[in-house]
Design a protein around this ligand. Sequence first.
Ligand SMILES: CC1=C(/C=C/C(C)=C/C=C/C(C)=C/C=O)C(C)(C)CCC1
Ligand SMILES: [Fe+2]
Length: 347
Amino acid sequence: MDTWPRTSAVGQLTMTLPVAVIALAIPFGFVVDDLPQAVRFAPFVVSVGLFGLPHGAVDHLMPLRLGDASLKRSLTVVSVVYAILGGLYLVVWAVSPAVALLAFIGMTWFHWGQGDAFALRAFGEAAHIRTRSDRWASLVVRGGLPMLVPLLGQPEGYRRVVNGIIALFDPAATAALAPLFRLDTRLALGVGFGVFTLSSLLWTARHVWGGDISAAGIAWDAVEIGVLWVFFWLVPPVFAVGLYFAIWHSVRHIGRLAIVDPAARDALDAGEWPTVLWRFYRDAAPLTVASLALFAGLYVWVPTDGSLNALLAIYLVGIAVLTLPHVAVVTWMDRQQYGDSGITDRQ
Ligand SMILES: CC1=C(/C=C/C(C)=C/C=C/C(C)=C/C=O)C(C)(C)CCC1
Ligand SMILES: [Fe+2]
């Protein structure tokens, strides 16, 4: 299967649109703290219906579309994976929220990194991401931007969200993560990640210096990385991470879903955008609604003060529980779409 339609419209949209929106939002970061709290939360609210939550709600069709499973088998396998992984993870939240929170950040680091590494290769011109080590380097950088850079630039906003989530289950447990916010910890992490970012670009640049590919892909990669560093450093975390989730990670994943759905792919080739979106929303609607039911259940189960902060915390725990099985499905998609031999030699 040709999973690399580099020149198609989906490529243009999934690559350019997110960067444009994120770059335009950077100046907004200077004023958003002075606006009503609801504005900071707006991207997460919007993500419930627009791209964010629905992007994972098509997982149940992946074994059907990317493997050789029947619809029934596809549904059964994915439901079982969701029930087991989501259920176990929910237990971890109840038993040790600090551990569960750290796992959530680590898992999102991996997942948003894997999503971007795939999109760069499939939709961008990222011919410099060729080998397994290139892909891992890109994954670590791309995932670290939304998960680590806000901690470096905006520790107070970061801490508020982290503590808010942990306190839902056990207010005393927030102390466990205090070292994360210390200046020396952040300095070490910042220097380490900065060095890693530059090294990974230099490492993948060897293919360009080797002379066999154009420099356009790596230049684009570097621009995106630069924009994201600035964005996550300056923009308040709740707003920044929410916007990134809805408009970057999810949009790129929806592009990925479209190329594995033959009818959506034909519509793409014909430039019929509404058809693509319609098919996506039709597929995603039932489980998006089911996810909302799960969130409502969490809200009933975990006592809160009903504040906006507490609602965000509940939403994030709900997302966390759904993300673990989602990562399992997307990691399987990676295997299918990259092929067993890795992504070498896909020139
Ligand atoms: C909001 C926020 C955080 C975490 C958000 C996360 C982890 C979101 C994950 C969403 C996922 C995994 C969606 C599915 O693809 C931090 C970084 C803890 C602190 C700063 C504000
Ligand atoms: Fe995702």
